[in-house]
Design a protein around this ligand. Sequence first.
Ligand code: FDA
Length: 392
Amino acid sequence: MEKWDCIVIGAGAAGMFAAIEAGRRGRRVLVLDHARAPGEKIRISGGGRCNFTNIFCEPERFISANPRFATSALKRFTASDFVARVEAEGIAYHEKTLGQLFCDSSARDIIDMLMRDMSDAGVVLRLGQNVSVPVCTERGFLIRVEGQELECETTVVATGGKSIPKMGATGFGYRVAEAHGLKLEPTRPGLVPLTFSGPTLENMKALAGLSTDAVVSSGGASFREGLLFTHRGLSGPSILQVSSYWREGEEVQVEWLEEAAAFEGLRSLRQANGKLSVARALAEFLPKRLADSLLTQMSVTGRIGDMSDRRLAELASMLAHWWVLPAGSEGYRTAEVTVGGVSTAELDSKTMETRSVPGLYFIGEVVDVTGWLGGYNFQWAWSSGWAAGQVC
Ligand code: FDA
């Protein structure tokens, strides 16, 4: 039987990072993955340029049943720590917006860096492996792989969430947790476009391709970022962000314009030229097609000069509090992340080791910690992987 100090299941961002750290400590580490290539999600991330971290990486920007759980790992291995590695490697990068750091050239640079670091740390990587759920033994764990039995002292589960099954995402990590009697927080797709039906969808379809800035709120969270109309409903950064907080059956609020500013702006236009149509007036503040569509939906027509202060105030209020009920989301097919997962109550926040099964670790997206859009999820993968790698 083959014996290893540590077996990491999953060669994604978190698994490779933990393996590098453990290998550097002199542990004999084997990484197993059923995919044909490591780091496939890194490769496709950030439009091929990998938004590898965010310089404003605060614990408040992560969703979890225990909002404080991520703090320790994020503080011990920070965004600056990862940036230092990227710089030492000579990978050119830039800040796009809101602290989001992207490779100048290609996400491949990050994968190559991790592969080289694994090789330098003596880590062995085996791809295309059919891995069984690890079973506890007296000396650690037994894992069956392609008919062969492997033994290890510690096992790190880094198999990610359920998003994008086409790319090899499975519920494997959750099965491992369940097999060992660990609690799971219910999972749902996050960072995902929202879908609509009926007349609401027809209105959205007519605007497909149009994007504008808006404040979108749901589940107690609000984001001011771009909003994009699609043939299925709404997408864009503000919608993706809020989707991680949204629950089925709940409405989403869109603030197209800030209420007081909309009222004052429209009133000034009325003063300047009362003959202007309300549609032309609103088009001063919103894309014309959107202004037309919103006014049609609100049954507002005519000239701005005919609008009393009270009607202008009503219009401003409707533009600031536009409620829509999503039919659903595009689901795991396109979701960037899975919200929920292995309960943080089962894990030591400093090491990611399970409290009830010594030697068994969970890191990365499989854990009930989900970051905002903008590099936060990779930072969680690096930080949680690093934390486990110090001890596993
Ligand atoms: P990850 O999913 O990366 O890796 C899991 C690994 O486990 C995979 O290699 C998989 O093959 C393997 N595996 C699964 N089941 C297995 C099994 N049964 N047996 C063996 N191996 C198994 N985040 C961010 O911060 N910035 C960004 O720019 C983006 N962009 C982005 C774009 C798209 C399209 C998606 C889908 C996601 C992103 N993300 C992102 C999110 C980010 O990709 C994600 O949070 C991390 O990849 C999670 O890293 P993990 O290592 O935890 O899982």
